[in-house]
Design a protein around this ligand. Structure first.
Ligand SMILES: [Fe+2]
Length: 183
């Protein structure tokens, strides 16, 4: 027997209502607003790192520091991957992360020590945001966000080791010698 049109419309309304409930249920109670804001912060830091490191790699390449340029270029790609991981999680929660506003502090060209310190500050900022996200996610019972954030934190800590190591090398061998091994 064919259902009357009124009944079909009612069925459709019920289906839409059910879909809205299930969509809300998927996101609600899964995490906290604090976690969402921290993921957005991590995303912003990673976009800044991606743009800055991409530029620095070309800058270093242009001036002949090919070895360092290769390391920085690889880092730029890693930070872009981290940005995508943050987006993937925000998409899971179905929250908007736009408009994208990027306003990284200016880095100084032709000044190796300033560039290293700039990058060190950036990975330290990222590490602080990632640690805060892990703590907030765990307290909200959002283990997956905490787990997702761990490789990002590992990347930031690797960055801290890299840039602190560069500063130590410069201190011990002098800037000129450091530059000579980056060619
Ligand atoms: Fe990262």
């Amino acid at each position: 027997m064919i259902k009357p049109i009124e009944e079909l419309l009612k069925d459709q309304d019920n289906t839409i209502a059910k879909k809205e409930i299930s969509k809300a249920q998927q996101v609600e109670g899964y995490t906290s607003d604090a976690v969402i804001e921290l993921i957005k912060k991590s995303l912003n830091i990673h976009w800044q790192q991606t743009t800055v490191l991409t530029a620095q790699a070309e800058h270093l390449q242009r001036w002949g520091y090919k070895k360092l340029a290769a390391i920085i270029k690889e880092d730029a790609i890693q930070e872009q991957t981290h940005a995508a991981i943050n987006i993937k999680r925000l998409e899971f929660f179905d929250v908007d992360y736009q408009p994208l506003i990027l306003n990284p502090p200016i880095w100084k060209r032709h000044d190796m020590v300033a560039m290293i310190n700039y990058n060190l500050d950036s990975v330290k900022e990222a590490s602080a945001a990632e640690r805060a996200t892990i703590v907030a996610a765990r307290s909200a019972g959002d283990e997956i966000t905490a787990n997702i954030m761990i490789p990002l934190l590992q990347g930031s800590e690797d960055g801290i080791i890299l840039y602190e190591g560069f500063l130590k090398l410069i201190e011990q061998m002098g800037l000129d010698n450091f530059l000579s091994i980056q060619v």
